[in-house]
Design a protein around this ligand. Sequence first.
Ligand code: UDP
Length: 417
Amino acid sequence: MKRVAVLSVHTSPLEQPGTGDAGGMNVYIVQTATRMARRGVEVEIFTRATSSELPPVAELAPGVKVRHVVAGPFEGLGKEELPGQLCAFTAGVLRAEARHDPGHYDVVHSHYWLSGQVGWLARERWGVPLVHTAHTLAKVKNLALAECDTPEPRMRVIGEEQVVAEADRLVANTDVEAGELIKLYAADPDKVLVVPPGVDLERFTPGDRAAARAALGLRPDAAVLAFVGRIQPLKAPDVLVKAAAELLVRDPGLRSRLVVLIVGGPSGSGMETPRKLVELAAQLGVSDVVRFLPPQGGDALARVYRAADVVAVPSHNESFGLVALEAQACGTPVAAAAVGGLPMAVRDGVSGVLVDGHDPAAWARALGEVALRPAYREELASNAVGHARRFSWDRTTDALLAGYEQARQKFREEVFA
Ligand code: UDP
């Protein structure tokens, strides 16, 4: 295999994850693309141009190009308006390929349903297999909506069903997601490939907790509960704030050292905080313990994980939850909602705790048990590192490349049948 076309219509791999539409999918694409290139497979990632300043082609890493496709106005276009630009985007992708010799790409890998629609056409035009990763599924999301969230539209459901039917391979993060594709979307089980995502084990390593706290201006004896991610109803950062209020009701003495660290930027509709979270903290009388940080990258993010006693992932749904793995790789236990891929990302009672539902009292109990019982926390923390090490982007990349080869083989058999 020489070259892969990766489609990432709605968010660019060059963006900082943790705000807007940029999250785990961006990390996934960057990590796997750079590793594919190291294995000698060139990767070209097509994404929508969101500024006139962007060059048509940028180099993300040696062997990895990002192609900016002009499709609709550069700025001010919401994700919900993107279906109207898919024709323009597809035209841009096909035009870029037409400048090369036939057979330029060996496979097209689309991420999220919008890209799947584009990949469907590219597959037909180029005569190469389409591999698709959904990242999230509308039917699953609609079954687990947060109170203030808006349901995903029928247009997306239909679009996803079409991509599931047309793709040659469907990559799922976990067996749970594979089951959802099969049960809710009638995917052909033979097409579904389970590939667990990874974690950057060079960047996310256990480190000096006291130094991390000092760098963040936190007291050495603080009880630090952290949330890292895009701030949106689905991620339920409000549950952490409510649980913190509950902990303070139970133990007012904790107020002098409790810190709730919320790291990330607003994304999507509803609780498009931090503004709404700021209001919630004020209503609950816990503004003094809640601290917000803008999205962090590089070593700063690892520092946040190291500084925390526990990282909370209270999401209503999560196809995997990279944040949970990253925190554990840094030696920090995770309290996660028992939904989606999180029970795979966190080993209940071993590397963290799983919480059923979103009742603040239950979350306060779980967070308190980990953060306020040092011996238990230490036990979970040491297991967390080992658990995270079972995942790696190298393994993810190898599994994807094997999946591409299978898809090519099957595609050839079908064409020549
Ligand atoms: N992230 C980041 N900086 C932040 C917050 C989040 O780089 O301030 C990254 C985080 O490291 C993780 C990704 O965003 O890799 C979020 O992935 P996850 O699977 O947890 O959630 P998603 O965004 O896919 O819903």
